[in-house]
Write a protein that binds this ligand. Structure first.
Ligand code: BG6
Length: 462
């Protein structure tokens, strides 16, 4: 078959998922509460249709069935996360044997099916006991996280060769400390900066531990959601606003994690507004010495920015949005279910930026996907015809391919996600999977996109 877009033979094809969104059985088998279990207990009305994280797609019990399906649709790699509150449920640091067995079984099952496990250590799921100690605002919690990371490396790195310290560390900053969509629902820019800073320290410290173990043929990285900040126009005011958004939401993690230092402009901005976090002398050296060895890039939507139209209300909390307004570009293509713009070229722009400004670090698309509501309406002959998802995939893969043609160091593409999963406060509103989950019966039914990706992987292109 004549292929228009051919990918390298060792390209990582697969999908990504996370513990809290797929494992379910939140407090079975010795798992302790994390902030999602707790928040749902306290305020179930904050979750779509009041569906919480207790069952999700029950990966805890159905992982064998799911891994078999992954194999069937051609996965050669799969990223999931370890749930800290499952593995180490109490303050004494003791490992939960049932959790250890579960993760060992998942890893072994993946390997038996020739699917490489990529493990992420933290996917928005702070254990409640750690949140009670101050969460990411506290250095005590940073130290506990590093101990937990070391336990994971020691338990699983004989078989797991790709590790990540965090998934999208800026999201808990935005959700939990600025915009009220994660627990603990704080709205406070200064505290948000402290949380962001401490997360970076935690990541660097975990990388240091990892390196000290000299694990053969392995590497450790971080997964960042990079949302290119496109200015409305070339007007200097728009350019300035877009640059600040980029500094706050992309470069605040990208620069320290990949280049080992914060951008001067960001330091200046933070200082000027009295937002500087508490720091320890050796921190900056730690960051410098422990950059990531590869990078996962999550990409869903761009950020479009314009200069602020009005002076902010001096009585309302000081926020990142004091520096810019979001811009709704006329004619933009939307995924209306999620309210996110679809802009396929974003993937290319991100990769070119990594090539030109970040040493062409080895990277891959670690998440990209399309959450659609009421997908049952597209059922034809018992199968969801998600041709819109196939178009979405084609569009992004085409631009990714172009970036590779131009020398970007891209190693793979993981879709979000394998099976419809629980999407935080959106719960099961929008569906992302290659595989449909029937919530009532827990039945798994491949969608049209599952058959499409299977062919793509088989041919290494399309
Ligand atoms: C990413 C996260 O931000 O986007 C996932 O890593 C998340 O956990 C995904 O599910 C899609 O976003 P949402 O909010 O629609 O679930």
């Amino acid at each position: 078959m004549e292929l228009k877009y051919k990918f390298p033979n060792d390209f990582w094809w697969g999908s990504a998922s996370s513990g809290p969104q797929s494992e379910g059985t939140s407090i079975d088998d010795g798992k302790a509460l994390n902030i999602w279990d707790y928040w749902y207990e306290k305020e179930p009305y904050r979750f779509f249709n009041e569906v919480g994280p207790s069952l999700t797609s029950d990966f805890y019990h159905k992982y064998k069935q799911d891994i078999k399906l992954m194999k069937e649709i051609g996965h050669n790699s799969f990223r999931f996360s370890i749930s800290w509150s499952r593995l180490i449920p109490t303050e004494n640091g003791k490992v939960n044997e049932k959790a250890k067995n579960f993760y060992n079984d998942v890893i072994n099952e993946l390997l038996a099916n020739d699917i490489e496990p990529f493990i992420n250590l933290y996917h928005f799921d702070m254990p409640l006991i750690m949140q009670d100690k101050g969460g990411w605002e506290s250095r005590v919690v940073v130290n506990e996280y590093v101990k937990y990371a070391r336990v994971c490396f020691e338990l699983f790195s004989d078989r797991v060769k790709k590790w990540f310290t965090f998934n999208e560390p800026v999201v808990p900053v935005e959700g939990g400390y600025l915009y009220d969509f994660h627990y603990p629902n704080v709205v406070d820019f200064k505290r948000a900066v402290q949380v962001a800073y401490n997360t970076t320290i935690a990541s660097a410290q975990a990388i240091k531990e990892f390196k000290s173990l000299n694990i053969l043929n392995s590497k450790i990285g971080i997964i960042l959601n990079l949302t290119p900040s496109y200015p409305r126009s070339n007007n200097p005011a728009d350019l300035k606003a877009a640059n600040i958004a980029d500094l706050l939401f992309n470069r605040s993690f990208l620069d320290p994690c990949v280049m080992g230092k914060y951008p001067e402009e960001l330091i200046k901005l933070v200082k000027e507004h009295n937002l500087l976090p508490d720091m320890i002398d050796r921190d900056l050296q730690l960051i410098k010495d422990n950059v990531v060895q590869f990078l996962g890039v999550n990409y869903y939507q761009p950020r479009r920015i314009k200069a602020k139209a009005f002076m902010p209300n001096p009585e309302s909390p000081f926020m990142p949005d004091n520096f810019f307004d979001n811009y709704e570009m006329p004619g933009r293509k939307m995924n209306v279910s999620r309210g996110w713009e679809i802009y396929e070229k974003g993937v290319y722009d991100i990769m070119i930026n990594l090539k030109d400004n970040y040493g062409n670090i080895e990277s891959y698309i670690s998440e990209n996907g399309m959450g659609v509501q009421n997908e049952e309406q597209f059922i034809k002959d018992g199968m969801i015809d998600d041709s819109y998802r196939i178009d979405f995939l084609k569009g992004h893969l085409t631009w990714l391919h172009k970036s590779m043609d131009e020398g970007c160091n891209v190693k793979g593409y993981h879709m979000w996600t394998f099976i419809d999963n629980w999407s935080w406060s959106n719960a099961y509103k929008n569906r992302y999977g290659f595989i449909q989950l029937d919530l009532k019966t827990q039945k798994r039914i491949p969608k049209k996109s599952a058959y499409w990706i299977k062919e793509v992987v088989k041919n290494n292109g399309f």
